[in-house]
Design a protein around this ligand. Sequence first.
Ligand code: AMP
Ligand code: ZN
Length: 486
Amino acid sequence: MKLYNTMSRSIEEFNPIAPPAVGLYACGLTVYDYTHLGHLRKYTMDDVLIRTLRHAGYKVQFVQNVTDVGHLSSDADTGEDKLEKGAKKYGKSVWDIAREFEAYFFRSMDLMGNARPDVSCRATEHIQQQLDMVIELEKKGFAYVIEGDGVYFDTSKVDDYGKLAHLDLEHLQEGARVERVEGKRNPTDFALWKFERPGENRAMVWESPWAKRSFPGWHIECSAMAIHYLGDQFDIHTGGIDHIPVHHTNEIAQAEAATGQKPFVRYWVHHNFLRVDGEKMSKSLGNFYTIDDILKRGINPKALRLLFLTTHYRSEMNFTWEALEGSQKAWQKLAKMVLQFRAEEGRTVLSQEKLDKIDEYRKRFFGFMEDDLKTPEALTVLYEVVKSNIPSSDKYDLLGEFDEVLGLGFRQLQETATEMPIITDLSTVPAEAQQLLAQRKTAREQKDWASSDKFRDELVKLGYEVIDGPTGQQLRQIHPVSETGQ
Ligand code: AMP
Ligand code: ZN
């Protein structure tokens, strides 16, 4: 197995500390809003990595946190608390927000076919481990208190601070990466523990040696929980590329300072971003999509998974609905073929030539997967197998084995899995739906958007999603989740 290690900026041979055991920590979600497609990409590719390691014989211990406290709006310990922000936005308590969006996250993961972590750990349930680490850091002289603000990590005490991000500390200015905090000794110093400000009235506070009402900084939770579950040193840590310069840089500094062990992590795996129509995904741009937006359009989440697999995890990916529609077609075709291979009973004795061929396909496919997850190349091998002249039953077996790492659900396919097409012949839908379509068309011609939306909602109740395509209105059957092949 080979993996790209952000620390060395190169693809390295994967040598875990105690094979076949592999300790893997994945930065989890900050549960203050809906899980979106960008998150889905990151966690799906984590899942593909874990599946690939397991297929290669490693016994992976997969730990993933839930950030339900302590993440301020900016990475630099300033701005509003994200959980409090979510609570205000949805008019609920911070605790409700945290639990609801955590549940939404796991529902999204399940629909994508991502395996649950072996350990899912909430920051709020590991306050003691985090406190112990900060106390240890203070004892060892790595931490200092800013009155009325918090406990900070002194980055000048670490000679290799910023090694992951290759930070140019001499030229680093507060502002671009770090915001000014009164009392900080160095621009890169970061909060380990924060104190509640007078009148703040936070819902989540704990008593600490420094203040009665206080709470952890964001970075400390990952180091503390990773060490708690995986030990002072472990094999793989994953996250998005946005975590390289601050979050992971700080995780390394505090973990190595507290334990005195280097390296904290052997392989740093970072996922590139998903963009939407060339823009960053955000609510204000109206391009913030969730798993439910996918389902509402009648798209099987496995089609989204297939789409993710067509781009290498270290490349930026641009999401468009057109690309997803295309992927849905490709997925449907694939699923149909797999069902056909499965249906063709009867096993033949294979010639040596065919056996060699199967072996070669298998070697090439897993060769790509085990070479830093080259999923686009692995998919081309998959399509070669589909088109090849090896017997159907052997194709089915081989595709099933490939699918152990791809997670497209080939072995769980039901006959209905492929049937979520756009209805092009509108005369086939019930009269009630046709009437609503006609009414909606008229409303839109009169720019009566309120009525147009009302008719759209009526159609959804009947089980149809309206799509305004180039040829006018089209319909798509919306299947209940249970019928989408999950
Ligand atoms: P957060 O809750 O913001 O810490 O994000 C959870 C994980 O999702 C982090 O590892 C982020 O890097 C990753 N992430 C957030 N937005 C995107 C995106 N648009 N594309 C890919 N990964 C993302
Ligand atoms: Zn983290």
